[in-house]
Design a protein around this ligand. Structure first.
Ligand code: SAM
Length: 257
């Protein structure tokens, strides 16, 4: 569970986004793992069309653009993230192939079978794994690919404290085997599944948050919502360090049947 996924109604969407848009990533992941997942996708060319859903400020969007010749539409609910993504694309000279748009992943403004590849890192829980796979499939060409990271259990059983935390956040969280079965059930051939290494959580997610947390508490001194939000983030990091052998993000890659 990342802040973005669980707190929209519990905390303050604008504050969460104000916090996270200053960071490179809004969820666990890394350029290395994005490239690793990309290696499983066949038939990439300068005609390839990619949708990156729940793109945030677009860290992985840039990695996709720099490692393919594809055209990419990146979509997020938060306009501030999309502004940042489009500014970055401009600075890197990628504006002809990368376009950020504001929208919701459960009501996509796309044509049926428009895309060769749908990408989504750390965001599918916002619509639900099964629902997202089902709905997004309509926007993929036949033989198109999907690549998503999703919170998953590594073991069949786990301590009650961490089980409760995750069930509150992502009620449909399942094991890797279960999630692969959902991919098959929703009409994809599973191509690969791999666990994101620990540095995706520590070096690229929790550690960059620390200085921002201090700064944010100072800026919003006395704001109880901000204090609760930072306490939640710190708890998330503590629980990860205590229970990381039981869960993590898994990259699931499938091909539409
Ligand atoms: N993909 C980015 C990354 O890995 O750094 C961002 C991941 S962040 C954990 C989840 C993102 O999903 C946030 O940017 C949030 O604004 C976005 N989001 C949440 N609900 C959404 C929805 N219904 N439609 C589109 N984006 C949504």
């Amino acid at each position: 569970m990342t802040m973005e996924e669980i707190t929209i109604d519990e905390l303050d969407f604008a504050l969460i986004n104000e916090f996270f848009t200053e960071l490179e990533r809004q969820g666990p992941g890394s350029a290395e793992e994005t490239i690793r997942a990309l290696a499983f996708i066949g038939n990439l060319s300068n005609k390839t069309k990619i949708a990156d859903l729940g793109c945030g400020t677009g860290f992985q969007t840039t990695v996709l653009a720099q490692n393919t010749e594809a055209t990419i539409t990146a979509l997020d609910l938060y306009a501030g993230s999309i502004d940042k993504l489009n500014a970055t694309a401009g600075k890197l000279g990628l504006q002809d192939r990368v376009k950020g748009i504001v929208g919701s992943m459960d009501s996509l403004p796309f044509q049926n079978e428009e895309f060769d590849l749908i990408w989504s890192e750390g965001a599918i829980a916002n619509i639900g794994f099964e629902k997202g796979l089902n709905y997004w499939k309509g926007f993929l060409k036949k033989d198109g690919y999907i690549a998503v990271t999703y919170e998953s259990w590594f073991t069949d059983e786990r301590p009650a404290e961490i089980e409760k935390w995750w069930l509150d956040a992502v009620p449909e969280i399942g094991t890797i085997g279960y999630n692969i079965s959902i991919m098959q059930k929703t009409g994809y051939i599973p191509v690969a599944a791999f666990i994101l290494p620990e540095n995706c959580w520590t070096d690229y997610y929790f550690i960059p948050q620390k200085a921002r947390q201090e700064e944010f508490l100072k800026k919003h001194a006395g704001n109880k919502t901000v204090e609760d939000m930072i306490a939640f983030m710190r708890r998330e990091a503590e629980l990860y360090s205590k229970y990381k052998q039981y869960y993590g993000y898994v990259f699931y890659i499938g091909k539409k049947m």
